[in-house]
Design a protein around this ligand. Structure first.
Ligand SMILES: O=c1[nH]c(=O)c2[nH]c(=O)[nH]c2[nH]1
Length: 324
């Protein structure tokens, strides 16, 4: 570092974003298809590319795009985004001496089989929902190439839900800024974002060769299905006292139903539906009557934004017990 420079490089990470790839796996008349948007980000001894204009340490972002395409063809794990991301992440920290950390993020776009006369079709697909699976894998070799650690987070976003009963919001804090009225019955709608951490089994060494074994021990597709089912079921059935309380109940059920999950985080925008006053038109829109209103204004903004993480006891959370 030149002593005349006022600053020093305190963080550096680079990579390729928005690498779009689709892969078909054909098993006779039954085909499988995935469509991913991948982000690859790397850290390591890359400082001189910033500070000395020396590109010798730069694994090009163009090669990252090529690597994603090659792995989409060659990786036996391509159909399971968690394992595919782990494969890519381990590749980067194993293959390059000077790369210590790899961050692989995958957005998995939904392709569901078209039902034909009640049976899922072998090779025709439809986008039957806006939700996307979101995967984030970090491989960390800062403690040595023989001692690589990795974290796997899965989840989803853009799962849109709405219920027309079973949601109230009452008895909240009031001060001179409060104008909101209490409601025993309201519409509740949100676009679910959730992510959960599944610790990798400590009994299996973290190498590329052991990814298959990890996949046998951790059924990522089943955990993902459970996360979606639990989220939808609790949303539908909970007698909601608030977004906060429903979110907490959802997270607890997910920890009960998917024992592999150590921690789950939810983010729910409260997409407000505001009953319209139709009295000027001589119409009773049921304002203030329990279960009454029928016409609402779906407000684009602002929305509430409620977030929480629930961590399995014994796994170590971020809130001290005294705060709970
Ligand atoms: O479920 C809710 N939580 C809030 O924190 C809140 N705030 C608000 O105005 N409406 C709601 N609803």
């Amino acid at each position: 570092m030149s002593s005349s420079e006022p600053g020093y490089l305190s963080a550096a990470r680079y990579g390729k974003d928005l690498v779009r790839v689709a892969r078909v796996v054909r098993e006779g008349n039954v085909h499988h298809v995935i469509e991913y948007t991948v982000r690859v980000m790397l850290e390591g001894q890359i400082e001189t590319s910033y500070t000395k204009a020396d590109n010798k340490c730069v694994v090009t972002t163009d090669s990252m795009k090529n690597t994603v395409n090659v792995f989409a063809k060659t990786s036996p794990h391509v159909l399971t985004p968690e394992l595919f991301a782990l494969h890519l992440a381990l590749h980067y920290v194993n293959h390059h001496d000077h790369i210590n950390k790899a961050f692989i993020d995958i957005l998995s776009h939904k392709w569901s089989r078209i039902p034909v006369q009640g049976k899922p079709h072998g090779w025709a697909f439809t986008r039957d929902g806006e939700e996307k699976a979101v995967i984030a894998v970090v491989a960390d070799a800062t403690e040595g190439k023989q001692n690589v650690k990795a974290t796997v987070k899965s989840g989803m976003k853009d799962l849109l839900v709405l219920k027309t009963a079973g949601s109230s919001f009452e008895d909240f804090y009031k001060d001179e800024f409060t104008t909101l009225g209490e409601v025993a019955d309201r519409l509740f709608s949100t676009s679910v974002t959730l992510d959960y951490t599944v610790p990798l089994p400590s009994s299996i060494p973290l190498t590329i060769d052991s990814i298959t074994e990890i996949g046998k021990k951790l059924d990522f597709p089943r955990i993902f299905r459970t996360a979606k089912e639990v989220t939808l079921e609790v949303f539908a059935t909970d007698e909601s006292a608030s977004v906060q309380a429903t979110m907490y109940n959802t997270a607890q059920k997910l920890l009960r139903d998917a024992k592999e999950i150590e921690k789950v985080s939810y983010s729910y925008p409260n997409k407000h539906y505001i009953p319209v006053n139709l009295a000027p038109f001589g119409l009773d829109n049921g304002l203030g009557r329990e279960g009454g209103a029928e016409v609402f204004h779906p407000a684009a903004d602002p929305s509430g934004l409620i977030t929480a993480s629930v961590t399995r006891k014994g796994a170590g959370g971020s809130l001290p017990k005294s705060n709970l």
